[in-house]
Design a protein around this ligand. Sequence first.
Ligand code: GLC
Ligand code: CA
Length: 551
Amino acid sequence: MLDLWYKSAVIYCVDVEIFMDGNGDGIGDFEGLSGRIDYLAGLGINCIWLMPFYPTPNRDNGYDVTDYYSVDPRLGTLGDFVEFMRKAANHGIRVIVDLVINHTSTEHPWFKAACQDKNSKYHDYYVWSEEKPADAEEGIIFPGYQESTWTYSEEAGAYYFHRFYEHQADLNIGNPQLREELYKIMGFWLELGVSGFRVDAAPFLIELKGIEHTADEEDPYQYLGDIREFLSWRRGDAIILAEANVSLDKLPKYFGDGDRMQMLFGFIVNQQLMLSLARESAAPLIKGLKALPQIPNTGQWAQFVRNHDELSLDKLSESEQTEILSAFDQNKEDVWIYDRGLRRRFPPLVDGDPRRMRLAYSLMFSLPGTPVLLSGEEIGMGDDLSQKQREAIRTPMQWSSEPNGGFSTAASDQLIRPVIDEGQYGYTELNVLSQRRDPDSLLNWMERLIRMRKECSEFGWGQWEIIETDNPSVFAHRCDWQGKTVVAVHNLAKDPCSVTLPLSQEGDRSTHWLDLLADQRYQSIRQSESPIELEGYGYRWLRISHSKEPE
Ligand code: GLC
Ligand code: CA
């Protein structure tokens, strides 16, 4: 049997600079992170995704790299990185790292050399035009904060292409020497023990820009296959988790026949999940799941509630977007960004209602795929809308009620970003330490959720199927794997209900339900055809058991 570890993974995303400051300078670092591996192991996660930690002018949270072979000195040294890797491995935690190779910072030595000398081999690492292309105002990723996709370099005497901010010059993947260099970068981190990469901005990485004349349309996708081939030769069990928020018809190309990316984030499902939660109706989520293409056996969806970016609703209609804003009672002016999403964490959308938060995470953890948590979600952290753009959701981790939330011993005005210090999400109210002491806290609940998820491999590996119910607010599905079945039932609405699931094929007398996880203690269900009770926003994970019931 294939040992596809990522199908049994619970991934936890860490931005080192805001996680834990080990040396008291106000910036999170590898020393601090290493000191918290025990905490993460206790939570039960088994794979860390590290956001960019490379040297950077940090104008886009590290997604603007100036050296792919090193660690940002503010965060530590390569030595600290290796210590961290060792500690993670000792706890059975794998590490994947962000691979930001669609673009470099304009301060990267390659870009500098490219500007200085047109004959330098680095010039062709980037995408140039003598004239400003007519489409320079199209395809802008950060509307409101980015004016163009082509910017003039005085030094080079030409325009360079940048899909993102103007300080992030796009690389020309049509250049074979650059491709070699990118393999070298992957090889470097694989040697240091990483289990794979989160490939940033995958659709743009394979854009035809700059290689229109040299390649046919299939070639860019084939490049994903080349990357995968390289990866698998170097390390057989390494994976690529691609960030590709693309339309449904394009998704299969990223998986290929199982010879390209192993994992893709479930952006479409995420957006439909938000609509379902807002509407208190199962229909959008069902629609989103049913629309997904069949994926290869080795393929997997990465499910999430929130990531470190805006909550993108770009695949929904304008009226659906408006519906979400009003259902969650959001003031568009404060929260809406880039014409497509919300710069908020999830708890503030549901006013910190513990039932609705647990409902959302119970759903996410049971959807077909692998769950991905953003650090801070396990304690229900909030956001700080006074911070600019997406930084609102990138505040330091709240460890305790000590100054700076225990994140750092530096003076508060020295912190990389202010800690949330007021209201219900302030660190004195909401932090790891106090939640550890409270058996009913979100943190302890999340730990139990993760434990149960790991015991239900059906969700990560199995065949899934939507179960139709007679209640439009109830989302029910089953996952079957190696002769075992789990069923999850979620009530998206605030009123209690009762549903009967049509599982006739299991309807023989010896079948009954085992309760695995639920929002409260329910009466156990003796027979599979009996009605299932659910509280408002309630959920139940059940296993179909064919064994004889204990007397
Ligand atoms: C990805 C990252 C985002 C970043 C962008 C440019 O979308 O998630 O944070 O700004 O790429 O690298
Ligand atoms: Ca530090």
